[in-house]
Ligand binder design. Sequence first.
Ligand code: NIG
Ligand code: FE
Length: 401
Amino acid sequence: MRTAWRHARLATMDGDQPWGWIDDGALVVEGEHIVWIGEDRALSARPNIDREVDLHGALVTPGLIDAHTHLVYGGDRAAEFEMRLQGASYEQIARAGGGIRSTVTATRAASDDVLLDAAVQRARALMAEGVTTVEIKSGYGLDAWHEARCLRVARRLGDALPLAVRTTCLAAHTLPPEFEGRADAYIDAVCSWLPSLQREGLIDAVDAFCETIAFTPAQTRRVFEAARALGLPVKLHAEQLSDQGGAALAAAFGALSCDHLEYLGEDGIAAMARAGSVAMLLPGAFYFLRETRLPPVAALRAAGVPIAIATDHNPGSSPALSPLLMLNMACTLFRLTPEEALRGMTTHAARALGLADRGRLAAGCRADLAIWPLAHPNELAYWLGQHPRPRVVFGGQERVA
Ligand code: NIG
Ligand code: FE
């Protein structure tokens, strides 16, 4: 079955032209993939079209890719938000045993179905704004059983919804209470869990939180060595609150991405450029934690490091479920152009997940499409507080999000 989607204004995000723009374009989709794309007038020469859909000039972009989320967790941290407004800092709350640890307690206490239902609601909010692929990290279980359970919930979410799910093991997120004072022993434990998690097909990548309130570069390195021994790609929560040299370490392991990066220095940028790692900027966490130090966007651009944008949805630092709001914040807070922001949630986000078959509209790519009631793609980063609702096509199938 070949379907031609006709008379679209296409922001393909492919190639070097602005937006990869095609003014009156068409796409031919067979199964889950795009088999042809070009000017609509060139389509008449194509044989074997079974069905035609006239888009009457609607804007079509690649489905959005939210390549950094912590979507599976129990409870919320609204009380902690209130504490921060009364003067406590994110780090102080974490050091006092709150923060990530309080979400670990709530997550361990929640049943699989409660975790899944909550994650499904969150994923539906992302899909309603055009997300077709999401990355989901563990990191609120912090023991072998609960980490595996959260990753299984993430996989079940991918089965329950049309959305594609990539999973990342973030067991090295913070020290669980039962390992208090024994961080190295906890890292040993994390490394010992990876083979069975991989055997069960639960992880596509391995992440860690390298920070004064989490793990040292030496501990992070041990997690990365365990990942490398299994052939698993790595990524890192790096340079979010201080410069630990995490990005350079991750780059030495060929990291797919280094994420946050407000405190990234020149060495880290050079190492990322050499390794081809993506800079994953997370404006929701920057905003919600009222950070003042900006990620070094101009230096990343100058070094040719691809920039991606994600929601970082999590209950502590970014309870955001609007990818379009993140595009706006990437522009207003980090001064990305609207086109850079959209590349950050399409082409560069795909690269941050190691996926070559999506994030742009091109022959051979998945037919993941967002069809927007908008005149121009710059509006994706423009509207604030009320967002356009796209029609969403997941691997060739239009589904109501
Ligand atoms: O990406 N930085 C570490 N991890 C999360 C926050 C986790 C939490 O506060 O629950 C982040 O910001
Ligand atoms: Fe995160």
